[in-house]
Ligand binder design. Sequence first.
Ligand SMILES: [Zn+2]
Length: 345
Amino acid sequence: MRAITIAPRQAGTLRMDDIPEPPAREGGMLVRAIAVGICGTDRELVDGIYGQACEGKERLVLGHESLGRVISAPADSGFSVGDMVVGIVRHPDPVPCANCALGEWDMCRNGLFTERGIKQADGFCAERWRTDPGFAVKVTPVLGIAAVLLEPASVLAKAWEHIERIGRRSRWAPQRVLVTGAGPVGLMAAMMGLQRELEVHVMDHNKEGPKPELVRRLGASYHTRFPAFEPDIVIECSGSPKVIVQAVGGSAPGGIVCLTGLGGSQHQASFDAARLNQSMVLENRVVFGTVNANLRHYHDAADALARADRSWLQSIITRRVPLERWQEAYEKRKGDVKTVLVFEN
Ligand SMILES: [Zn+2]
């Protein structure tokens, strides 16, 4: 079967391969790929910045934003033939650590977890893949290909869960949210803020292209500069050190700043630690980071996508590339928001 693979940590090794059918040890459920979303992590994997193949293998199947249709599933799994499903990216470490033992692999303490399409586990960018039913989530078929947004949405479902848990340290009545970065992650953050009936503002440096319109259609305000009010919550999705400094300094007293972005090593980050400390101590601000998601967050994200405006969700996917032209899916083009590699229409 066809699959998109790389030799991890070596740039220029991306290719379409003919690989064997997925091995039974990868799980009792067999799935036919519908689509795979491409994100910045994939481009970094392609550039050889990180990634690790399965033990004893030289190449890694890419793809962590999945969508597929069940070909076969164990009788008692809760899944049926034809169900639309998304596979979970991270799997718990084998020790396991205290968090992985409870199914909170997103909070793994020892770093020995595996991640499909990224770290020591083949991904979903293959015509067929297997998973343990415990690491798959059913999505409503009415979403169509937009259900491929479930994985990025799960990361934001976790971010919102943690923001709310932190918020409950005192009386919690947030009104205004600022999301920095209007890529797919920022758009999911904004969508979930509106679903919580908050006033949502999105800041992004793009004055043109589809992002301003996507934000407005969602019912949020679009800004190209840090707005002139103090948000109660900031969800930072750009990874830019400059924006992070603005977010911490510009948030309301008691504000919560959630960092979800990675700026990459090209940024020379410099924080004025004394000023940061003063801002956080004197007005009870919280800055925290979050990554990945566990099963509970995938289910929360599936609910959020099911409640969202379908045509808006569809329009986040700005390019759909058929498998035959797979190379194009890994190119970054002007006006891209989310690019999806399509296996089956
Ligand atoms: Zn762990």
